[in-house]
Ligand binder design. Structure first.
Ligand code: BEZ
Ligand code: MG
Length: 354
């Protein structure tokens, strides 16, 4: 399962689109004016691998910006499914035929692999659930993703809700992957990464009945490197939110800087919730750095009292959801800090002092 964003493809001249085509063993097709008009299959003899069944979830921005490329990807999946090739070198066809037999549908439907939102809508809404904390079960996150992103694009350029084929493709997902192409943003900087890549991972886990590995292709320097999500979150935690150079820089921005620190934590919770692949030490060290250190806690509270309370409540939420298991002393200190910060926000301490 690949996540494709619009801006990433524009900036990289279609790098992630090319990854999808390469997996399928397909290439762009151009008309006599040199304009993109669809896809064609590369002969299997030219491929170093079988045709890999790849499911694409497009951001709403990709869908809006790149309609020709959307159609090309849909055609590539259809052509792969339609190719008269043996199952062991063409997994798209293998899975499409199995789906047809099971659901009694046509090849056009069974080969749908390009999914996005309904027209005019963006994102999976998993980010809003995480931010509100109003969800009980991880499956809810996968369900909201599947409901939001089940609009399949066919090679005729039309999109329609196709929950059945989406569920069938999700059940066969072996791994989820997204590229990272900017040093400005990491997977814990903004909520869109866990909203899309985390969302699809959770939706696949639900259909499959087991967690799938999640990978990030870091293309921010050189020829790129692929990391597990766990390694990527650990790396970003060490270099960004737990790194004094980073957080002191943020704190120079005052109110907004504290909000950024809180966002990193909430996004990390988003990854725990959707993939379960965040190491517990991230929460432990976050707590030590920003809450148990009294001077730091006071600085956060003075600059942005609401974000400071949100930080503590989010850490407690993460504990309740078993994303980490602090010892009794840490948990107690966290609860006391939370009460103190809330009192301060409500002006209770100030009144007493006055
Ligand atoms: C996109 O370009 O597709 C995109 C950008 C930011 C957030 C989500 C998607
Ligand atoms: Mg109170």
């Amino acid at each position: 399962a690949l996540v494709l964003w619009g801006t990433d493809n524009l900036k990289s001249e279609g790098g992630p689109i090319a990854q999808a085509l390469a997996l399928l063993g397909a290439a762009p097709r151009f008309d006599s004016f040199g304009r993109l008009c669809g896809a064609c299959l590369l002969p299997t003899e030219q491929l170093s691998h079988p045709r890999i069944d790849v499911m694409l979830t497009l951001s709403g921005i990709f869908r809006d910006l790149l309609p020709l490329q959307t159609r090309m990807l849909a055609e590539a999946a259809y052509l792969a499914a339609a190719a008269d090739e043996p199952a062991h070198i063409n997994f798209v066809r293998k899975h499409a035929l199995a789906h047809m037999a099971k659901k009694n549908c046509d090849l056009e439907t069974a080969s749908l692999r390009v999914f996005s939102n309904a027209d005019g809508t963006y994102g999976s809404n998993v980010n809003y659930l995480i931010d509100s904390g109003r969800w009980d079960d991880e499956d809810e996150l996968g369900d909201v993703f599947a409901k939001r992103k089940c609009f399949a694009h066919g090679r005729n350029g039309q999109a329609a809700a196709q929950a059945d084929i989406m569920a069938s493709v999700l059940a066969g997902v072996d791994l989820a992957y997204q590229n990272l192409e900017s040093v400005e943003l990491g997977v814990t900087t903004v909520d869109h990464y866990f909203d899309s890549l985390g969302g699809i991972s959770r939706a696949a886990e639900k259909q499959k009945g087991e967690a799938i590995p999640v990978y990030i292709g870091d293309h921010t320097r050189g020829t790129g490197v692929v990391r597990t999500l766990a390694d990527q979150v650990a790396l970003e935690s060490r270099t960004r939110v737990l790194n004094p150079k980073w957080y002191e820089g943020m704190l120079k921005h005052g109110h907004e800087g504290v909000r950024h620190i809180e966002c990193h934590l909430t996004n990390t919770v988003g990854w725990s919730a959707t993939t379960g692949q965040v190491a517990p030490w991230v929460y432990q060290q976050f707590t030590q750095t920003f809450v148990l250190d009294e001077t730091m806690r006071d600085r956060l509270a003075a600059l942005n009292p609401k974000a400071a309370v949100k930080v503590v409540n989010r850490l407690l939420e993460a504990e309740r959801r078993s994303f980490w298991r602090p010892d009794a002393e840490t948990l107690d200190a966290l609860k006391r800090a939370g009460e103190e910060l809330e009192d301060r926000l409500e002006g209770i301490g100030a009144e007493v002092a006055a």
